[in-house]
Design a protein around this ligand. Sequence first.
Ligand SMILES: [Zn+2]
Ligand SMILES: [Zn+2]
Length: 260
Amino acid sequence: MLKNNYHTHTWRCHHAVDEDEAYVLEAINAGIETLGFSDHIPFLNGPKSRIRMDISEMEDYLKSIRYLKDKYADQIRILVGFEAEYIDDEIPFYHALLREQRIDYLIFGNHLYEGYETSSQRIENAVQLQQYVDRAIAGMKSGLFQYLAHPDLFMVNIKDFDADCIQASKQLCQAALDLDMPIEFNCEGLRDHLNGHIFKNGTTLAYPHPQFWKIAAKMNNKVILGADAHASKALNDEAIKEAIRQTKELKLNMIDHLEI
Ligand SMILES: [Zn+2]
Ligand SMILES: [Zn+2]
C-alpha cells in the first residue's frame, strides 16, 4: 500500500474528520512508514476561510502533531507541515515557519490561482487557466514546496480536455521537470470519482485526469502518490488501491519518499 504519505488533513480545516491520533493509528495499521500532516495552512493576512483553520488554531495543531510524533516515535515517523497556496501576502509567513523550524515541510496546493478570492476549482476560460499555470510555476520556482499537489485540479470546472488543457499540462510538467520537483497523483479526486460525486464540470471525473497523466508519463515526470486524507480511513482505502493500479497502468515514474 502506501509507504509514505505527506498529504494528510485534520478536523481543523472544517472539511475533515477524526482525531489526529486516529490518523496515526490507521497509518501504523496500514504499515505506513512516514506520515506527514499537511493541513490547509491558515491565512495570516487573508479573509476568514471556511476550508482552513484559523491562525489562532495553529499552535494547537503543531502541538498536537508534535505530541503524537513523540508518543509513537518507535512505531512511525511523523512530520508536521502544511498544504499551502502561493499567495504573495502569505509568503513571508511561510518562510518564517520553515526558518524557525516550526514545521518540517510545505506542499503546494494551488487552490487559489490569483489571490484570495479566486478558486482553481472555478476556472472558466483560457485566461484563468493560464493564470493557474503561471501561479503554479511561480510557486514551484519559489523553493518553498516539496511537491505540487493535484496539478490537474484545474479540470474541476472544465469538461473537455481541449488544446488549452494540453498546453497547460505540458507547461506544468515541463516546469516540474526543470526544477526536478515531483507532482502528486491525488487520491482524493479518485475518492470523489469512486463515490459518484458530480464535479462542477458536470461529470464524475475531474482529477486525477487520464489525459494529464498520459502527458506526465510521456514527459517522464517524477510522480508521488498523495492520500490527501480528510478522514483516517482514507490512509488505507479503495481510492489508494485504485490510484496504485492507475499509476502502474500509465507507467508513471513513481517515487515513494521525499528527502525531509
Ligand atoms: Zn481539503
Ligand atoms: Zn489536501
